[in-house]
Design a protein around this ligand. Sequence first.
Ligand code: UD1
Length: 364
Amino acid sequence: MKVLLIAGARPNFMKIAPIYRTSLKHNQIQCMIVHTGQHYDYEMSEAFFEDLELPKPDFFLEAGSGSHAVQTAKIMVAFEELCGKERPDLIIVVGDVNSTLACSVVAKKLLIKVAHVEAGLRSFDITMPEEINRMVTDAISDYFFVTEESGIANLIQEGKARDRIHFVGNVMIDNLFHQVGKLDGDRPNSFSTSEIKEKLGDYAFLTLHRPSNVDTKSAIREITDALNVIADKMPILFPVHPRTRKMMDKFNLNLSRNIHLFPPLSFKEALFLWKDAKVVMTDSGGLQEETTALSVPCVTIRENTERPITVNMGTNILAGTKRESILKAFTEAVANPNHQAEVPPKWDGKAAERIWKILLTPDL
Ligand code: UD1
């Protein structure tokens, strides 16, 4: 079985790592990695391949940044050409980024089967580009690999056949458990942030990059006002995404000196920091899940989440995006860190195994 495994943006790399690694155990599978080039800076891309023990991609499409239409179109043109040459039996797409949508549409029109890993998640917020990417990809996928039960319900609601929906668990968590194991073997002072971590003791860890949170001055001001208040009580470690960096410069924002800024960190270094944080504050999808898996309190700076299991079972508190609601959620998370900390079903490090088992079963 010849498979093209697609990745383009930073959160994709964590998801393809366990899928690729597990493919090597099955000699009937020829799994090749396609990097679309959606993310390209060393810190946003290559650093992750090194950290996650991924080989260099077999194919690099060099799409780069641009408007959604430009980026999606560039990926589609390059991927169509690649599919023509390679003629895969199947492509695997993960998550909800522009690369996910672009490659699934191209493959399906060439009558190549599409497997979507992390299918069925819905924020029901159509203003999010990721929600459009999820809906389009799920509209045409052949295999739906689902991380949580809400995904099954959403897909059935949209008319998908039950026998194409497979509740396999979460490859993001496969990767997390693998990396936590490796991190424990590393020397604790081997990162550039080791010293500040040691010095601060108690700290919050922050990531922020959603367009709805950072692209307008009013939205980002509302959030940074809250963060400045929080920083008076607890220092904040903040690796800054390139989009956010641009916006912070553009709007000339004032941040408390207790908010410590870093360039984007490698997967392992970020994990080294957030796993021991008093609280993680984020608008990322992946971190909502990863904090739940390690029972680290999480405040999600968004109005909605496509990952409701992290709120219903895990450590996640949906804070909204207003100054007062963020402050309230932070206080709640710190006051009551153990109020709820169950790990969702099948988040056990074996999702990639389940995916390949299903793909290797004839007639499924
Ligand atoms: C993308 C995904 C988002 C994901 C995020 C993780 C879509 C629609 N969005 O958003 O779901 O959560 O990645 O990071 O697919 N840039 C660089 N260097 C890079 C990459 C980007 O400087 O290596 C800058 C560019 O100026 C670009 C901006 O960051 O314009 C945004 O990048 P883009 O890939 O368009 O979207 P993200 O915000 O990263």
